[in-house]
Design a protein around this ligand. Structure first.
Ligand code: NAD
Length: 477
C-alpha cells in the first residue's frame, strides 16, 4: 500500500496573509482587478551594504517594502532579526496597510528589516549599521515625513529611531519637518508620551472591550472582567512587557507563564511582573526566576492552561506542531502573524476566539500617528489648553462649593481640577481608537452570517476602506 505523507506546513507569512486576504475578499463587492491591487505589494527595495565591523567589512542584507500608496506617507516598523526575509517584510507591509485602515490611521503600509541578530553587535556597530541603512533609504526616497515613516519593531526601539532621524536630518539640513521622518523616538528627540507602551496598552484596551461583551464571553465559558483571568505571554519585549505590566498592575489579571528566547517560566499562582523585570535586567534572562518552574523552550508557554494566550514575539508560533495542545480560550495576537492558517482553522473549529493581529497590535501605529502629527505641528499636545482647562474647572468647583455650602475634600478637588496633558490625550485617543475599531469589526462579523471570525471581519473592514479610497482617487492612467 502506498504510504501517504502529509505535505509540510506552509509557514511563509506572505502566503498566510494572502490566504487571509482571499478568504475575506469573497465578502467584498469590488472589481477583481482592484482587489488584486489592494492585495499586492507595490514595490520592494532590496539592498546589500558594507559596514566596517572590527577590522573587517561585513555585508548586510536589508529591505524596505511599500505595500500600498493609497494614502501617504507610508508607515511601518523596522525589524532587526537574523530571520528577516523579503517575503516576511512584504507580508508585514501588507499587514500595516490593513491595520492602518482598520483603526482609521491615514497611512499606507510599509515595513523594513535588516538581517542581523542585535545581540551579535555592540551599540557603536549597531549605530553604524542603522545610519548606513538610513542613507540607503534616503538615496532611493524610501524615507521622509511625507513619503515613508519607519517606527520600531522586533529588535529595534527608541535608540534606533533616534539614529535614523538624526541621519535623515543630516542629509536634509534645515528641513522643518525632519523629525517626522520616524516615530517611536525618545521624548527628547520629538517623541510622544505614551508611544513606548502604546502597542502593549492597545492590546489591553482591546481585551477590556472584548470582555465588555459578556454574551461573547459566555460562549467561551468566561465571565466578568480581566480580573483574575489567567494569562500566558510569549515574548517579554516592548509589546509583551507593557501588556503584561498593565494586565498585572491595573487589571488584576494573573500572569501564569512567560516564554522568552531561552525558555519558559510557569507559576499557576501568578508571576509578579515588576519583580520579574528586575530579575531579567540583572540576569539577562527570565530563567530560574524564584517561585517558577523553568523549561527550556520559549514555545512551552503556548501550551499552558490559561484563559488568554498573548503571543508577542514572532510569527508562526502557533502551528500544526502545537495547535492541539493550545488550551487558551482567547488567543490575543499581539505579535504579527503568530498563528498559521492551519492552526487558525483548527482553533476556530474548536471554538477559541482569535483576536487578530491586524486589529490588536494597531495601538503602536495609532500613537505613531499622534507622534507624526505632533512633529508636524511642532507643539506638545495639551500645551495650549492645559492651564485654561484647570482654570475653568477651578471656577466651576468654587461655584458649586459656594452654592452648596460644602467643601470638596482637598484631594478630590485636586483630581477634579487637573488639566489634560499629553499623556492623558494620547491614552484617551488610543483607547477610543481600539474600542471603536473592535466594535466595528465585531459588528461586521455579527451582521454577516457567512463571516465567522474576527480576522475575516477585520480584513473586510480594511479592504472596503482601501478600496473606497482607490475608487474615489481613480487609478492614474
Ligand atoms: P522586542 O524585540 O521588543 O521583543 C521581542 C521579545 O521576544 C524579546 O524579549 C525577545 O527576547 C523575545 N523572543 C525572541 N525570540 C523568542 C522566542 N523564540 N520565544 C519567545 N520569545 C522570544 O519586539 P516587540 O517590538 O515587542 O515586537 C514583538 C512583536 O510585536 C513582533 O511580532 C512585532 O512585529 C509586533 N509589533 C510590535 C509593535 C511595536 O510597537 N513594537 C507594533 C506592532 C506589532
Amino acid at each position: 500500500m502506498a504510504s501517504r505523507t502529509r505535505a509540510k506546513e506552509d509557514l511563509n507569512l506572505n502566503h498566510t496573509v494572502q490566504r487571509q486576504f482571499d478568504k475575506a475578499a469573497r465578502h467584498v463587492k469590488l472589481p477583481s482587478g482592484l482587489l488584486e491591487q489592494i492585495k499586492v505589494c507595490s514595490n520592494v527595495y532590496y539592498v546589500q551594504f558594507p559596514v566596517k565591523i572590527g577590522r573587517n567589512y561585513k555585508i548586510f542584507e536589508a529591505w524596505r517594502a511599500e505595500h500600498s500608496h493609497h494614502k501617504k506617507p507610508l508607515k511601518g516598523g523596522i525589524r532587526y532579526s537574523s530571520m528577516v526575509t523579503q517575503d516576511e517584510v512584504m507580508a508585514l507591509a501588507a499587514l500595516m496597510t490593513y491595520k492602518c485602515a482598520i483603526v482609521n490611521v491615514p497611512f499606507g503600509g510599509s515595513k523594513g528589516g535588516i538581517k542581523l541578530r542585535p545581540r551579535d553587535y555592540n551599540a557603536e556597530q549597531l549605530e553604524r549599521i542603522t545610519r548606513r541603512y538610513t542613507t540607503e533609504l534616503i538615496k532611493k526616497d524610501f524615507i521622509g515625513p511625507g513619503t515613508n515613516v519607519p517606527a520600531p519593531d522586533y529588535g529595534t526601539g527608541e535608540r534606533e529611531m533616534s539614529w535614523i532621524a538624526d541621519t535623515y536630518d543630516t542629509f536634509h539640513p534645515g528641513g522643518l519637518d525632519n523629525l517626522a521622518c520616524t516615530t517611536g523616538k525618545p521624548l527628547s528627540q520629538g517623541g510622544i508620551r505614551g508611544r513606548r507602551e502604546a502597542t502593549g496598552l492597545g492590546v489591553v484596551y482591546a481585551l477590556r472591550e472584548v470582555f465588555r461583551h459578556q454574551k461573547d464571553m459566555q460562549k467561551l465559558g468566561l465571565s466578568g472582567s480581566l480580573e483574575g483571568k489567567t494569562i500566558s505571554i510569549q515574548g517579554l519585549g516592548n509589546v509583551g512587557y507593557h501588556a503584561a505590566c498593565t494586565l498585572f498592575e491595573e487589571d488584576g489579571a494573573r500572569i501564569v507563564a512567560i516564554g522568552e528566547w531561552d525558555g519558559t517560566i510557569h507559576n499557576p499562582n501568578g508571576i509578579d511582573i515588576n519583580k520579574l523585570m528586575k530579575w531579567k535586567k540583572r540576569h539577562k534572562s527570565i530563567q530560574a526566576f524564584p517561585g517558577c518552574k523553568s523549561t527550556p523552550k520559549g514555545t512551552d508557554c503556548l501550551q499552558v492552561n490559561c484563559d488568554i494566550l498573548i503571543p508577542s514575539a514572532l510569527e508562526a508560533q502557533i502551528n500544526r506542531s502545537n495547535m492541539k495542545r493550545i488550551r487558551a480560550k482567547i488567543i490575543a495576537e499581539a505579535a504579527n502573524g503568530p498563528t498559521t492558517s492551519e492552526a487558525e482553522d483548527y482553533l476556530n473549529k474548536k471554538g477559541a476566539l482569535i483576536v487578530p493581529d491586524i486589529f490588536l497590535n494597531a495601538g503602536g501605529v495609532t500613537v505613531s500617528y499622534f507622534e507624526w502629527s505632533k512633529n508636524l505641528s511642532h507643539m506638545r499636545f495639551g500645551r495650549l489648553e492645559k492651564r485654561v482647562g484647570e482654570f475653568q474647572r477651578s471656577n466651576l468647583l468654587n461655584a458649586t462649593e459656594a452654592l452648596t455650602g460644602h467643601k470638596y475634600p482637598s484631594k478630590t478637588k485636586e483630581t477634579l481640577m487637573r488639566g489634560v496633558g499629553e499623556h492623558d490625550l494620547v491614552y484617551s485617543g488610543l483607547e477610543q481608537t481600539m474600542v471603536d475599531a473592535y466594535n466595528e469589526i465585531r459588528h461586521i462579523r455579527n451582521r454577516n452570517k457567512a463571516i465567522k471570525d474576527l480576522r475575516t471581519a477585520a480584513y473586510v473592514s480594511a479592504i472596503k476602506k482601501v478600496g473606497t479610497t482607490y475608487l474615489e482617487l481613480g487609478i492614474f492612467p
